[in-house]
Structure formats: C-alpha cells, structure tokens
Unconditional design. Structure first.
Length: 442
C-alpha cells in the first residue's frame, strides 16, 4: 500500500482553493454539496492567512506560485494537494463516489488519475443512489444501537440484522418509517422474521446484460436458488460465502419440483435470510415467476421482482435482428413451444400466421416441426424466413437459418438441442447481414 486512505470530516471545516482557472473551479466543485467553508485565493496566500484551514488545494500553472503556496500551507500546518504534482502533495485527491453519508474514494497514489476515474465510473454503476438513504438511516439510529448493545460483537450482529435484513431493504426502497419500525423490533430483541425473496432475472447469458440491481442482490444474498439456464459466469458473481442451491428443470427432468422450490424459498425467508431466486432471462417471461410470487405472497413473505433481459430481446439484438421493423414486422408475439400438459401448445395459429408479424418461440426445439406445420396450415408461406439461436449471448452461441419448410431439418442437421429460441418472420432474414459482418471481423 503506497498511501493510506483517510476521510476528513468537513462539517464546519475551512478549505482553501489557491489558483484560478478550470482546475481550481473543479476542486471547488468537489465541495459544493459538502458542509465545508471554501475560500478561494487567486494568488498564493501568506502562511498566517491559512491558519485554521483543514485542507488546501493548489491549482495554478505558474511553478513559482505553486512552490510559494505549498510553502505557506506547510508553515501554517495545513495538508496541501497540488494538482498533477504528486511529489509536492501531502495527500492525493481520489476519484470520489458521493452517496451522501456513504463516500467511496479511488486513488492510484497520483500515478494514473484517469485510471482512478475509470474505476470510479464502474463502481458508481453498482452502488445505487438509494445507498445514500440507507447510510443516512444508519446514522439516524447509530446512537440507539450503541446504547442498546454493550459489546462489539452484539453491536455487529445488530447492525447486520438491521442493514442486511428487512429494515435495510425498506430503507433502500425509501420506506424509512417501515425501516424504523423493523429496526425498533431488532433493538428491542424481538424476533423479526425479516427475510425477503427477490425473483431476479439473470438475462440470456452474458453477465454484462445483468441489471445493476441484480448485481447488487447477488452480492448481498445469503442463499441463491438458481436454474440451469443461468450462465456460470453469472454464478461467479454471487457472494462467495452465500449458499447456492441448484433447482434447475429440463423437459421431463425436474431436479426439484416447483412446489418444493416455493416451499424452500418460504422456509429460508422465514429464517430471516436474504433469498435470491435467480432465473434465466426474465422471471415473468415463461419463467414461472408469477407462480412463485403468488406462493410467496400467500405465505406472507415479502417478495420483489427484478426484471431481466429476456432471451428474445438479448439473442435477437446480438444477431442483429430487430423484432419489429417498419418495413418487415409491425408486431411481435412471444409464445412457448410446449404446453403445461402435452407436447404441443394450444395456440391461435391463424393469428400467429399473419404476414409482417414476428413470432418468437421459446423452448421450441423439440416441437419445431409441429410449429412450422401449424403455421403453414394457417396460411404462412413455407418460404418465410426462420432463425434458431442456441445459447445466445454466450461463447457457445449457435445460429441456424432456414425457412418454415426447412426449419425442422436444419435443427437436426446442425445438432441444435437447446436452450434455444426460434424467430419466425421476415425479420429473421436480416440476421444474414449480422453474420456476414461477424465473419468479416473475424
């Protein structure tokens, strides 16, 4: 560690900005939302003028003025930072993520400020602004937590129960009254069944397509129930000490029956744990998220849904296929390739066979011959373009093009087994452009 990170309290403190121009203005803006008292000096002040200041920043291009300002600050006993001059500085200005009470600083000890700013941008993306509310809530109850718990270990447990449990979830959601009520129960040593379940969409596979909320919940979860469609790279983002439970289902092979999955989630939430049900794609698009949400609510368990990018959107976008297009498709319909009971879905084939209409079939590899036959019978041309995307947005992606007439044969020829989606309609032909571009780039 080349430098030690520390945070200066700013309430009522004086800060000096020495110099003029955009760099000095940028330093001054750092303190716009802070309670510090900022004084601007256009020229190097004398040492006695800096007495009583907590920090000084020097932002002047004149070398002589820089040295004079540094000397004055040191004589006055004020820590000084000189813009782009780490050798002259007593401390470095980090790239700052400001979330009110919560502040994160990223520093490279003056070696590469641009790298620090880039890392700040990445960290900011995974720290929601709601954490400012949570940190403020923590400050508001801090004295009570300290007064109610006599030793460090019991205080630590209380903080974990409050901030990682229902009270913390309520604060993040902006419900400070609800958060306060749950915190009161914890501090009163009441049993609080404050567990919560989040039904989280993992997207089609690529970890970069996760929502920021999904990423946060994976970092916070105590236990994660995941299905077989969740990419291993996303599982690697789960907190290391969290419990992982595989509850995947395939056609004819349910590792854990649906009712048992719901019972497991309810039981874990009632223990006060933070539960994540991680589902490929989006929980509410053929993910049985609706059934699970109903079961959780019926059991009185707090539950929230975090949407994910569904396979149709993610895989089609990667392939360069617009599901709607002014020239080719004025509507898009998502259907499942198999029914709750039986091998063939009971669908309105006449409505689905309209021209300039995109049909996306989930879980349709096995029933592709029947789907194609029904659409042709309903009047869709046998020459209608069709595209199969297997393992979309992952390194194992495979795309197979054909028509309604050749769809079933092409699936067999290319050895497509799933998970895959079928895209049927005029827009499916546009994937040829994307494929050619990818081959050219390779």
């Amino acid at each position: 560690m080349q430098s030690f990170p520390a945070f200066f309290p700013l309430d009522g403190r004086r800060v000096a900005i020495i110099g003029e121009g955009w760099q000095a203005d940028a330093k001054a803006r750092l303190f716009d939302p802070a309670p510090a008292m900022v004084t601007r000096f256009s020229a190097p002040p004398k040492a006695e003028e800096l007495k009583g200041f907590a920090l000084a920043f020097v932002a002047t291009e004149d070398a002589g003025e820089r040295l004079a300002a540094v000397e004055a600050a040191r004589v006055a006993g004020v820590p000084v930072n000189v813009v782009d001059q780490p050798a002259l500085s007593d401390f470095y200005t980090p790239a700052i993520i400001d979330r009110g009470e919560l502040v994160v600083g990223v520093s490279t000890s003056g070696a590469a400020p641009t790298l620090a700013r880039d890392l700040r941008t990445r960290i900011e993306a995974i720290i929601p602004s709601a954490y400012a509310t949570l940190a403020g809530f923590a400050r508001s109850i801090r004295a009570r937590v300290l007064a109610s718990r006599g030793d460090f270990e019991s205080r630590r447990r209380a903080w974990e129960e409050i901030l990682r449990g229902g009270a913390g979830e309520r604060a993040l959601a902006g419900d400070l009254d609800g958060a306060q009520a749950l915190a009161d129960r914890v501090l009163a040593n009441e049993t609080v069944a404050a567990g919560v379940v989040h039904l989280v969409g993992a997207g089609p596979g690529d970890p970069d397509l996760l929502t920021l909320r999904a990423l946060r919940l994976l970092s916070d979860a105590d236990i994660v129930f995941h299905d077989r469609l969740v990419d291993p790279r996303i599982l690697d983002m789960i907190r290391r000490d969290a419990e992982r439970v595989f509850v995947g289902k395939a056609k004819g092979d349910h590792a854990v029956p649906q009712r048992d999955i719901e019972a497991l989630m309810i039981a874990e939430a009632r223990k006060g744990r933070r539960v994540v049900r991680l589902k490929g794609g989006d929980p509410f698009i053929f993910g049985r998220g609706g059934e699970e949400l109903e079961a959780l609510r019926a059991a009185g368990v707090e539950a929230h849904v975090v949407p994910g990018i569904t396979a149709a959107l993610g895989c089609a976008a990667e392939a360069g296929v617009p599901l709607t297009h002014r020239d080719h498709a004025q509507a898009v319909t998502f259907v499942t390739g198999h029914a709750k009971h039986g091998d063939e879905p009971d669908l309105d084939w006449n409505a689905l066979a309209r021209e300039k209409h995109t049909l996306v079939v989930y879980m349709g590899v096995e029933t592709a011959p029947k789907v194609a036959a029904r659409l042709i019978e309903a009047g869709r041309a046998a020459s209608t373009p069709a595209l199969v995307i297997e393992n979309g947005t992952t390194p194992r992606v495979k795309r197979v093009q054909g028509t309604l007439a050749t769809l079933a044969a092409r699936i067999v020829e290319e050895g497509v087994s799933g998970p895959a989606i079928l895209i049927i309609g005029e827009v499916a032909a546009l994937a040829e452009v994307a494929t050619r571009l990818e081959e050219a780039a390779a």
